[in-house]
Design a protein around this ligand. Structure first.
Ligand SMILES: [Zn+2]
Length: 546
């Protein structure tokens, strides 16, 4: 195993900040003056750049040139090494290619690598990897020529020939190179496997391959396999993956059945993994509807307050899970997840036993409240008296609705305001764990043990617990959670509390009773969606004609 260039990986992670910073170096540490020397020939390039717009320096200097002279490259290189302590002789070349990484800068990037070859030193592996990314950027704006594809293959061959096993970063670069070729992209699939030796392959490696596979008429199965694999590893596919599928569907001859089958498969995939697509994908779907009006109708829509689609007038499906699903969930939760010692590891077995006996004796409840979470939800730096009062107010909220309440808390809460804690104790069951315990497992245990109608009150998103349930039960848990989770929005100046009530209709892609699909979307792709239960503002209403 060879780590071709660990530094380059770091640089990649921080590339945007980095580019800005290194351009600052170019300007402040002498690079500016040296570049100014070449400016006599092109006075418009540097002179007019205001110091606060360093990005402009990049666009004015690198973006407009196809090549620099050997002297100019040497000057850029020296300025960076001298001016920036993290840039050294070993990584400077990759840094420079990181700056010339736009789709229009392939010539400039190649010109730099030629310059390196002309000096006799030649580019190192990290630099060649970076160059592959520039080819990939160009490939996304135009088809690459045969000569360019040959150049890519030569680079990939040389990188692979040098090391039997490549490190994850190098694998990723080679994957991005290979997918830019027409004939040889499948060579990249084993590299994804190679990445697994040291890490989980990245979103970008998975997405690049799935995108390529969707672009071929006979590789959809491979694309779906990659998508399933990456979502199971909690990696969100990039927009380009879906766009590649939609673009291919738009181009294929009008075979209604395959369009319908493939679109349904996409919608079911988004539903199963609770994926919110971006506006870009939504716009492509709208456009597809315009291109193929015989086969599907796609409209932008809004939801009424109770989840009624303003376009097709159908109601979105209730989020509630079936009795059978609840049975599965509770079985798995009570037996496999909550009882596992590592989940309760911060509690003693005696405490867990005491809790379970307490629940058996006092359940069922209508609502289980995470006392500490509630008390701290408007800020932790409050006097104990205020914390206790807030908790008592939340208990009163449910008491007034004639709900049977369990409050979970910690031993130290006994020392909070006596009168408020008395109110809690007199109007709810109160179970206090020792101060080290995790509260969530107790909360979920008591809620699920109480039955299908029971709610809970906490702001915690319970992501770890959802994940522990595995791929099959996670979506069921998430729907149960959405239906039953209450939380505190805020407390007004007069002491009144505003409670966030659960949304009762589904918030992810799904098909309504009448057959129309509803697809929520967000503004931009994010690799780490929040998992909150906010109602998406934007929806598509999509009807597939038979
Ligand atoms: Zn609709």
């Amino acid at each position: 195993m060879h780590n071709i260039d660990g530094a380059a990986r770091l640089l990649e992670l921080q590339s945007i900040m980095y580019n800005i910073r290194l351009l600052r170096q170019l300007r402040w540490f002498g690079g500016h003056h040296r570049l100014m020397a070449s400016q006599h020939k092109r006075p418009q390039l540097l002179g007019s750049v205001p110091s606060d717009q360093l990005e402009q320096l990049k666009s004015n200097y690198f973006a407009r040139r196809q090549e620099l002279s050997g002297d100019e490259w040497q000057s850029v290189r020296h300025s960076l090494i001298e001016g920036y302590k993290h840039i050294n002789d070993h990584n400077v070349d990759a840094v420079i290619l990181g700056v010339c990484s736009g789709p229009q800068q392939l010539s400039l990037a190649k010109n730099y690598v030629d310059y390196l070859r002309s000096t006799g030193a030649g580019p190192n592996a990290a630099t060649l990897g970076r160059l592959l990314r520039v080819y990939n950027a160009a490939y996304h704006t135009r088809p690459l020529s045969e000569a360019e594809q040959r150049e890519i293959l030569q680079i990939c061959d040389s990188l692979q020939a040098a090391h039997e096993t490549l490190d994850a970063t190098s694998c990723e670069q080679v994957i991005h190179g290979l997918v830019a070729t027409t004939e040889h992209w499948q060579r990249a699939l084993p590299l994804l496997e190679m990445m697994k030796v040291t890490s989980t392959p990245s979103v970008s490696a998975y997405s690049a391959l799935a995108e390529k596979a969707f672009g071929q008429s006979d590789q959809a199965e491979e694309a779906w396999r990659l998508l399933e694999e990456m979502t199971l590893a909690r990696k969100q596919p990039r927009c380009e993956v879906y766009l590649a599928l939609l673009n291919r569907l738009a181009q294929e001859p009008a075979a209604t059945s395959s369009l319908r089958v493939e679109l349904e498969r996409l919608l079911q995939f988004l539903e199963r993994h609770n994926i919110l697509v971006s506006k870009k994908v939504a716009q492509r779907l709208l456009q597809l509807g315009q291109q193929l009006p015989q086969q599907l109708r796609v409209t932008a829509s809004r939801l009424g307050p109770l989840g009624k689609c303003q376009e097709c007038r159908q109601h979105l499906q209730p989020v509630a899970i079936s009795d059978e699903e609840f049975r599965q969930l509770s079985e798995c939760f009570l037996e496999k997840v909550l009882i596992r010692e590592d989940v309760f590891q911060k509690s003693t077995p005696e405490e867990v036993l005491r809790f379970k006996q307490y629940v058996e004796k006092t359940a069922p409840y209508d609502c289980v409240i995470d006392g500490l979470n509630v008390a701290y939800s408007t800020g932790a730096k409050k006097a104990p008296q205020q914390l206790a009062k807030l908790l008592a107010t939340v208990v009163r909220h449910f008491k007034e609705r004639h709900k049977r309440v369990l409050v979970l808390g910690r031993e130290h809460m006994r020392k909070w305001s006596k009168s408020a804690m008395h109110y809690v104790q007199n109007n709810a069951s109160l179970f206090l764990t020792n101060n080290l315990s995790h509260d969530d497992p107790f909360l979920l245990y008591a809620t699920i043990r109480s039955g299908q109608e029971t709610d809970f009150f906490s702001r915690d998103l319970m992501r770890t617990h959802a994940f522990l349930l595995g791929a099959e039960l996670k979506p069921i848990f998430r729907r149960w959670q959405q239906e039953h989770q209450f939380s505190l929005v805020t407390q007004t100046q007069t002491g009144k509390i505003i409670v966030k009530e659960p949304i009762r209709h589904r918030l992810s892609v799904h098909q309504a009773e009448g057959g129309s699909w509803h697809v929520p979307y967000c503004d931009v792709y994010t690799p780490n969606p929040t998992d909150s239960f906010d109602v998406p503002e934007h929806w598509l209403c999509l009807i597939l004609n038979t």
